[in-house]
Ligand binder design. Sequence first.
Ligand SMILES: Nc1nc2c(c(=O)[nH]1)N[C@H]1C(S)=C(S)[C@@H](COP(=O)(O)O)O[C@H]1N2
Ligand SMILES: [Mo]
Length: 322
Amino acid sequence: MAFKSGIPPSEITPESVYLKRRDFMKGSVLATAALAGVPLHAAAMDLKPLDYRKASTSSPAGYFTDESQTPFDDIARYNNFYEFGLDKRDPAKYADRLQTRPWTVAIEGEVDRPGTYDLDELLKGVTLEERVYRLRCVEAWSMVVPWVGFPLSALLSRFGPTSRAKYVAFETLYAPEQMPGQKSLFSTIAWPYVEGLRMDEAMHPLTILAVGLYGRVLPNQNGAPLRLVVPWKYGFKSIKSIVKIRLQETQPPTTWSQSAPEEYGFYANVNPFVDHPRWSQRYERRLPSSLLGVNRIPTQLFNGYADQVAPLYRDMDLSRFY
Ligand SMILES: Nc1nc2c(c(=O)[nH]1)N[C@H]1C(S)=C(S)[C@@H](COP(=O)(O)O)O[C@H]1N2
Ligand SMILES: [Mo]
């Protein structure tokens, strides 16, 4: 992502650089194709298949897009997960160090039944379903991902939110011995990575906690064992490898809005009409890039989920609450 500190943002590139990289990518795609057996398919990674309800065109509006799904290998090899490094390829290289079991999630704050719960116990109480969502990174690339998960609302309701619960704060694991990026001197992030939602956003049926993709357990680099997915917001809201969920009365701090408040806000709703201070948000690069080049497509308001979520922001100036 975008550091003010002079580390070149790897992906926010002027079109000329883009085009050069495209030539490079063509080269690497061909090189990969030449090395038979190299692609890292889900089965080859030994990811456990999950039991879940499929999504389809007859699912509720927004739960399923029939756009082409980004191939598994692209979803699992082009990642932002700064705990494992700044390069898009670092998470796939290093995330196998992450121990995803045993895993506990602390539920804290304004709930009737706070506590630290074993993830497998939590998962016994939920029904897994597929959601095929667009994921739009603030860096102007996007994917279509078939997630497997469950509504965040289903989890929160179980712990009895009190009337003072106005926001939900999330926290990623802090474990520098497993996450080399947390030790890196180049990082300007104050670990652990934290995110937050307003309560109505958290309870919205499109907001899910994902435990898998392409029908199998999440690859570590995609945020195993439990990550948030909020499809109408820029990707950085979708916090990975969650260990703490806290309900509270006040708006929680969030990693990117703390790191660069004039560039990243709390809301981070996808919006082609509100540019990032350093680049336009009108278009996005849909992955994968094909041999013929970059798939450049227009970005949609609320990432195409306006029918479902625009009412949440009815009285808000979206250029002020970015
Ligand atoms: N803990 C944590 N969560 C994170 C990030 C991160 O660096 N650390 N990156 C975010 C960003 S910028 C994006 S675009 C998405 C990328 O998710 P993906 O790798 O599954 O595509 O994860 C988000 N969640
Ligand atoms: Mo992102």
